[in-house]
Design a protein around this ligand. Structure first.
Ligand SMILES: Nc1nc2c(c(=O)[nH]1)N[C@H]1C(S)=C(S)[C@@H](COP(=O)(O)OP(=O)(O)OC[C@H]3O[C@@H](n4cnc5c(N)ncnc54)[C@H](O)[C@@H]3O)O[C@H]1N2
Ligand code: MOO
Length: 390
C-alpha cells in the first residue's frame, strides 16, 4: 500500500491544467480567473466628492463664513466654470471636484438662503474628497489563478472588464455502482438502500468549480459497468463509486482493466479510503472511490479537490492543513493515516466517537478532518493536531 502523499502525487501525474475560455463577467462568479486583467484607467477617474454639500477652497474655511453658490457639480455632469474667492459649488456624492476647490463641506454644516450659504459655528474639518485613483489606478491588475468572489466580480466590473478569461470547467463524470442502490425518490426493495455518494460528491465538486455529470447507477455486471464507462466519454475525469474492494461483486477494477485502464495505484494507507484506485482509461484519468459513503467523501476531499484545483490552474498541492488542540485524549493509531471526523469549536477540536465509514450522520455534523499520522501514540487533550476544514 502506498502513502496518501505518494497516491496524491500519482493522481496529479494523471492530469494537467485545462485550457481557458472567455465568459461574460456576469456569469463568472466562482470561475477561476487565469490571466491577469488590468484596469485601463483610474477609479475614480477624477477627484470626487464623498458627500453631498458644497465644494470650496480650504483656505477660506472658517465657522460662519459665507459663500456664493455659483453652480452645480453632479455625478455624471461636472461644473466647468471658475470658482473665485468667496464662491462655492453645490456638489453631490461621486461628482467631480471643481477645479480650484480642495474641500467639500457637508450640507448639514451649512445654512442656505437663496444663493448664499453660511457655515455653521461648528464645522467638520474633513475634506470629504476621494482623490483620483483612490480605489485603483490604471494598470492595477487582478492576477490568476483566482476563484472569483462576488467582490472580485464587482471590482472587475469597476475595472471595465465585461468579459474575463477563466479556466474551462473540468467535466467530472460520476458513476455510482451497485445492485443495492436506487436513486433518492425511488422505492427501494427490502435489500436496497438509497444512493447518496454521488449526490454528496456532485455538491462538493460543483461548489469547487467542476461541471458534474451524474450518470445512471451501474449494476454489478460487466455489461452495465462497460456501458457506464462508455457514457463517461468526453469527461476530464471519471469517478466511480463503490465496487472497489475485493468482494465477488466488486467489478470496477476488472472491468476498467479489461477496457484498457492503465493503473496508477490500488490501495492507499489511509482510513477511510483504503481500496482507492486510480489510473487512466485511454486519455481520461479515472479515480475509483470506495463505496462506503464517508470513504467516498473523504477521498474526494483529500484527492479529487486538489486534482480539481490543479486542473483549474492552481499548483499541485494537498489540501491546506491547520492546527488546533484536542479537547479530549485521542487513541494511538495503526498503520493507516486516519482522517477522523471532528468538530472545530472555539478553536478546539472534538473528535467524534463514532468513526465508521458508513456514518453520514456523523460526517454531515463534522466540520473538520483530524489527520492522525500512522503509528502515532496516544495524544493527550490539549495536544495540537493537524486538521483539514470540510
Ligand atoms: N475482505 C475485505 N472486505 C472489505 C475491505 C477489505 O480490505 N477486505 N475493505 C473495506 C473497506 S475499507 C471499504 S471502504 C469497503 C469498500 O468497498 P467497495 O468500494 O467495494 O464498496 P461497496 O462494497 O460497493 O460498498 C460499500 C458500502 O457502501 C455502500 N455504497 C456503495 N455505493 C454507494 C452509494 N453510491 N451511495 C450510498 N452507499 C453506497 C454499499 O451499499 C456498501 O454498504 O469495503 C470493505 N470491505
Ligand atoms: O477504507 Mo474503508 O474506506 O475504511 O471504510
Amino acid at each position: 500500500m502506498i502513502s496518501v502523499s505518494e497516491a496524491l502525487d500519482a493522481c496529479f501525474a494523471l492530469i494537467s491544467p485545462l485550457n481557458s475560455e472567455v465568459v461574460d463577467l456576469k456569469d463568472a462568479a466562482g470561475r477561476t480567473l487565469i490571466t491577469p486583467h488590468a484596469a485601463a484607467r483610474n477609479q475614480p477617474p477624477f477627484a470626487a466628492s464623498a458627500m453631498d454639500g458644497y465644494a470650496l477652497k480650504s483656505v477660506e474655511l472658517q465657522p460662519q463664513a459665507q459663500f456664493m453658490v455659483v453652480g452645480e457639480s453632479a455625478a455624471g455632469a461636472r461644473y466647468t466654470g471658475k470658482v473665485r474667492a468667496g464662491q462655492c459649488v453645490r456638489i453631490f456624492t461621486g461628482a467631480p471636484l471643481p477645479e480650484g476647490c480642495d474641500h467639500v463641506i457637508i450640507q448639514e454644516d451649512t445654512t442656505r438662503q437663496g444663493n448664499v450659504i453660511t457655515l455653521n459655528t461648528e464645522i467638520e474639518d474633513k475634506a470629504n474628497i476621494r482623490p483620483a485613483g483612490n480605489d485603483f489606478e490604471a494598470g492595477f491588475a487582478m492576477e490568476g489563478p483566482r476563484v472569483l468572489t462576488p467582490g472580485d466580480i464587482a471590482l472587475l466590473a469597476a475595472m471595465n472588464q465585461p468579459k474575463v478569461t477563466v479556466t474551462r470547467k473540468p467535466v467530472i463524470a460520476i458513476m455510482a455502482t451497485g445492485d443495492e442502490l436506487v436513486q433518492p425518490g425511488e422505492t427501494p426493495n427490502e435489500d436496497q438502500i438509497i444512493a447518496s455518494n454521488g449526490y454528496g460528491l456532485k455538491a462538493l465538486l460543483e461548489a469547487n468549480g467542476a461541471e458534474v455529470r451524474l450518470l445512471p447507477i451501474a449494476r454489478d455486471t460487466e455489461s452495465s459497468l462497460r456501458q457506464g464507462f462508455e457514457l463517461c466519454a468526453g469527461a476530464d475525469l471519471i469517478v466511480t463509486l463503490g465496487g472497489a474492494s475485493v468482494g465477488d461483486h466488486d467489478l470496477v477494477r476488472p472491468v476498467a482493466t479489461s477496457m484498457g485502464m492503465e493503473p496508477a495505484f490500488y490501495k492507499v494507507a489511509m482510513r477511510p479510503g483504503k481500496p482507492l484506485m486510480a489510473g487512466k482509461i485511454g486519455d481520461t484519468p479515472m479515480i475509483g472511490l470506495p463505496g462506503n459513503p464517508v470513504s467516498s467523501m473523504v477521498c474526494a476531499q483529500i484527492f479529487i479537490l486538489p486534482m480539481l484545483r490543479h486542473m483549474l490552474g492552481f499548483n499541485a498541492e494537498p489540501m491546506a492543513r491547520k492546527t488546533a488542540p484536542l479537547t479530549e485524549d485521542l487513541r494511538s493509531n495503526g498503520p493507516r493515516e486516519h482522517y477522523m471526523r471532528a468538530s472545530l469549536q472555539d478553536g478546539k477540536l472534538t473528535v467524534h466517537k463514532r468513526q465508521d465509514s458508513s456514518l453520514l450522520s456523523v460526517y454531515a455534523g463534522a466540520n473538520a478532518l483530524v489527520v492522525v499520522p500512522p503509528f502515532i501514540d496516544l495524544q493527550l487533550a490539549g495536544t495540537p493536531v493537524e486538521y483539514i476544514d470540510i
